[in-house]
Design a protein around this ligand. Structure first.
Ligand code: NAD
Length: 257
């Protein structure tokens, strides 16, 4: 019997094999979870459907773009009817316009700021609201993905750093709101990993190089490292943990000079 046997988890944010959400899906599947997945739009349906087929036992796949009015409600309505109650939710989605992920932070536009907040931070609140009726009385757990740029200045991360700061604050407020209903909410602050989203940050390669050279473990982390940490937070092993940001960054964040 696996750590997640008998548990239903919905994962938002698989785009391809490099996605952190795919690493999380693999860890949860290995431990016996039944998974439901979203795909952002029609273009992404085919690749996500192919990946889902690699995890036998998946019974649910549906579109959800968090910026499309009604999409979140439609997704959870179908999920409730076709998949059942939920023991876990993974929020592994973020977006900012490429022009906001480089250059001077002072040039951030309102449109770019608002879009980054909507997709990367507000959506955690909206997905928790949609999932709450399905998680009631289930001892459920929510996990989202953050980055060090939420608390320290990381060159070029700019508007996404501010969105991640909001995401981590959302994590704490949601943990307080949903705790009395038995729902835990935590964030993982992952070290840099080469994914499609990450490549949108100007000079991303230098973040990988710096971490490999300066972190206590002298290496980068990968999707499996984050997947296993998410597994812990989603499982009963983390029964007493909520509102926290767990660093999965080879220790980089503890370093001073
Ligand atoms: N890769 C890294 O270095 C790193 C480090 C720390 C945290 N993170 C975070 O991990 C999460 C996953 O990113 P990733 O690196 O795996 O990249 P990715 O590109 O594989 O995943 C990003 C996902 O966000 C989804 N998305 C974007 N806009 C959306 C919208 N409007 N509606 C619904 N879904 C939308 C995409 O479809 C995609 O599946 C993000 O929150 C990211 O900020 C990434």
């Amino acid at each position: 019997m696996g750590l997640m046997t008998g548990k239903n988890v919905v994962i938002f944010g698989i785009a391809n094999k490099r996605s952190i959400a795919w690493g999380i899906a693999q860890a949860l599947h290995r431990e016996g979870a039944r998974l439901a997945l979203n795909y952002q739009n029609e273009r992404m349906e085919e690749p996500v459907r192919k990946l889902a087929a690699e995890l036998p036992g998946n019974t649910f796949l549906a579109p959800c773009d968090v910026t499309v009015p009604g999409d979140i409600d439609r997704f959870f309505d179908r999920l409730g009817k076709e998949f059942g109650p939920l023991d876990g939710l993974v929020h592994s989605i973020a977006f900012a316009k490429r022009e906001e992920l480089g250059g001077n932070f002072v040039d951030t536009s309102w449109d770019g700021y608002a879009l980054a907040q909507q997709v990367s931070a507000w959506s955690l609140i909206a997905l928790c609201k949609g999932a709450a009726p399905l998680m009631a009385g289930r001892d459920a757990s929510v996990v989202c993905l953050s980055y060090y740029g939420a608390e320290k200045v990381v060159t070029n991360y700019n508007v996404m750093g501010v969105a991640k700061a909001a995401l981590e604050a959302n994590t704490r407020y949601l943990a307080n709101d949903l705790g009395p209903k038995g729902v835990r909410v935590n964030a993982i602050s992952a070290g840099p990993i080469k994914t499609v989203s990450a490549m949108g940050v100007a000079d991303f390669g230098s973040l990988l190089d710096t971490m490999a050279q300066k972190s206590p473990l002298r290496r980068n982390v990968d999707q499996a490292d984050v997947g296993n940490a998410a597994l812990f937070l989603l499982s009963g092993l983390a029964h007493g943990v909520t509102g926290q940001t767990l660093y999965v960054d080879a220790g980089y964040s503890i370093m001073g000079v």
